[in-house]
Ligand binder design. Structure first.
Ligand code: NAD
Length: 431
């Protein structure tokens, strides 16, 4: 038996083709090896503009990823990235390589030397690069359809308004702004210009988070009654813009606590009717002269669900999201990180407690969110996370700060419509 398996593997290696492999797996002779002398073949069916392969894994094993079948470069939606800082250079620009519908076609920076180097690395033409105050120049560049704003939070408003006035759709990093009023101005500017505005809530596009939403809303956890969301990290350099209030709008809350807030809202589809919050910062710590380190906030939802959320800039990193239901619990480890998510569901199995760990494969969250924006532009669809979704978080964060200042719970206007501030649900092909 072992010899048979080894012989099959040898033939597979010789044939070098997955299509041939499936034939061998089924026990049929292969054309490529007929007569004992292997010849090269090229398998894979072409259907329209896509290539597919027949499955080679046994049905008892999970299937591998199909070929991504990206759009040809010239047919993708062009994005200009504004702000060439860490997130842009470390995560967003590299993510274009895994995108199927988006491509990098422009850059905006305050540093011409850095922009020249980055433009060369990514093949962006010189005429598609400009300074912060020059976005009006993009108006005549048809290769730029979307402007992706990746600046410090307090600079989002002006950049979004400039981009919309230049006739571009806008993808804006989170947090959308530093106040609800700024967020309203941004929505209004995009509405006036008839351009789409999407907030880059990457977790709503990430696979484990999406799977949890699907299962939880499908009733798999029973009656959900409690959510626990933690997003903490220990900040370094005390001079960085995140610790300067008029650039950031706040401390850990708008930066990392926002993930606890937004992910909880997106899971439940409800809006909180009450918040109660407390903040804490270590004494005499130069990092927290202007902004808070830790925020603990409790959200109460119309259905009675309680969410317990904690964010911090002075605690060792932890990014977990737990959902407790009457018949099962779910947890996503590294829920708010760029990668490494695991969805674990705990429930009874016979007389035992079972933990199922779902490995959903790793897809780049930034590519998924950019592809969604490209899909929305192309098909004239509202993004799943439009400006209104960002505004609602700004309203809730203002209420959280008010509660922390007064020590009192803050009541909020009830919102009865499910997913009231979101665009259509994501479906196959929309990311
Ligand atoms: P960063 O400090 O690394 O980069 C900021 C960029 O803005 C730099 O190129 C800097 O030169 C430029 N800039 C322009 N005016 C500035 C000013 N007055 N002060 C400081 N910098 C100025 O920051 P980052 O981590 O890239 O964050 C940028 C945005 O992306 C923020 O809104 C942040 O919240 C968001 N972000 C999102 C994620 C995510 O996971 N989606 C992760 C990190 C950051």
């Amino acid at each position: 038996m072992r010899q048979d398996v080894d012989e099959t593997r040898r033939l597979l290696l010789l044939a070098g083709s997955v299509g041939v492999a499936s034939t061998l797996y089924a026990g049929a002779p292969s054309a490529a090896t007929a007569g004992g002398s292997p010849t090269p073949v090229d398998e894979g069916a072409v259907i329209g503009r896509e290539v597919t392969f027949p499955p080679i894994d046994a049905p008892t094993d999970p299937p591998g990823n199909p070929p991504p079948n990206p759009d040809p470069p010239g047919q993708r939606v062009g994005f200009a990235v504004v702000g060439l800082g860490r997130l842009a250079l470390q995560n967003i620009l590299p993510a274009f390589a895994q995108s199927k519908h988006a491509r990098l076609t422009g850059l905006v920076s305050g540093d011409p030397e850095k922009m020249r180097v980055i433009a060369a690395q990514y093949g962006v033409p010189r005429e598609a690069c400009c300074g912060y105050g020059e976005m009006a120049r993009m108006r005549t560049n048809a290769a730029i359809q979307v402007v992706y704003v990746v600046l410090p939070n307090a600079l989002h408003r002006d950049a979004v308004i400039q981009a919309a006035e230049a006739g571009k759709h806008v993808l804006c990093e989170k947090p959308m702004a530093t106040s609800p009023d700024e967020a309203r101005e941004m929505i209004e500017a995009c509405r006036r210009a008839d351009r789409k505005l999407m907030i880059a809530y990457r977790c709503q596009y990430e696979l484990a988070n999406r799977e949890l939403v699907r299962r939880a809303r499908g009733g798999e956890l029973g009656d959900i009654q409690f959510v626990d969301a933690i997003n903490t990290q220990d900040q370094g350099d005390p001079t960085q813009w995140r610790q300067i209030k008029n650039l950031s709008g706040g401390g850990s809350l708008p930066d990392v606590g926002l993930y606890c807030l937004n992910t909880t809202r997106a899971l439940l589809g409800e809006e909180p009717i009450e918040v109660l919050a407390r903040t804490h910062s270590p004494d005499r710590d130069a990092r927290f002269r202007e902004v808070e380190a830790t925020v603990s906030f409790v959200l109460r939802f119309p259905s009675g669900i309680i969410a317990n959320c904690v964010s911090s800039y002075s605690l060792h990193t932890q990014r977990n999201f737990r959902v407790l239901g009457s018949s099962a619990n779910a947890e996503i480890t590294n829920a708010f990180d760029y990668e490494g998510q695991k969805l674990i569901i705990s429930r009874r199995d016979g007389n035992a407690e079972a933990k199922i760990e779902l490995n959903l494969g790793a897809k780049n969250q930034f590519s998924l969110e950019m592809d969604h924006m490209a899909f929305c532009v192309r098909n004239d669809v509202e993004p799943r996370t439009p400006g209104e979704e960002g505004l609602q978080d700004q309203i809730l964060m203002a209420a959280i700060y008010r509660s922390a200042q007064t020590g009192q719970a803050v009541r909020l206007e009830p919102v009865s419509r499910p997913d009231a501030f979101r665009g259509p649900a994501l479906k196959e092909g929309s990311t």
